[in-house]
Design a protein around this ligand. Structure first.
Ligand code: ZN
Length: 139
């Protein structure tokens, strides 16, 4: 059962982030890196801001991440979250992946116990139609 109900809006991959979502379908968390200078970036973009190369490759992320920032959502901003509030939205960072920050949810946690720097572990949320979203819970 998915973390949010079925009426939660789904990702709508476009040309730039299609590779990210294709990897998620394989339950593989990977971030874009420049094929020329190696600079990491997220969200995916068509061109490197460091060297302007359009060469791309994908680097697998570690399964552990750390809380860079977070908020506890109490307000029902969409009908799909009505049964889920309060929930935690977070920005995470990864060891050895400078420049990469992922917006996701922290699950299986008392929202009051989340803190900056908290170590988390990846899990894959099956949202149906062979799509998986990367979410995290305390390590
Ligand atoms: Zn580059």
């Amino acid at each position: 059962m998915a973390y949010f109900p079925d009426d939660m809006p789904r990702p709508e991959p476009d040309w730039d982030d299609r590779g990210f979502w294709e990897n998620c379908k394989e339950r593989k968390l990977s971030f874009q890196a420049c094929g020329k200078c190696g600079e990491l970036r997220h969200p995916p973009r068509p061109m490197c801001s460091n060297c302007q190369s359009t060469e791309i490759h994908w680097i697998d992320a570690p399964e552990e991440a750390y809380v860079y920032s977070y908020n506890v959502v109490h307000h029902v901003s969409h009908p799909a979250v009505a049964t889920r509030v309060p929930y935690v939205g977070a920005v995470l960072e990864f060891e050895r992946m400078p420049g990469v920050r992922l917006v996701t949810n922290i699950t299986d946690v008392d929202p009051g116990s989340v803190s900056i720097g908290m170590k988390l572990r990846l899990w894959w949320d099956d949202i149906g139609d062979e799509m998986y979203l990367p979410r995290f819970k305390p390590a």
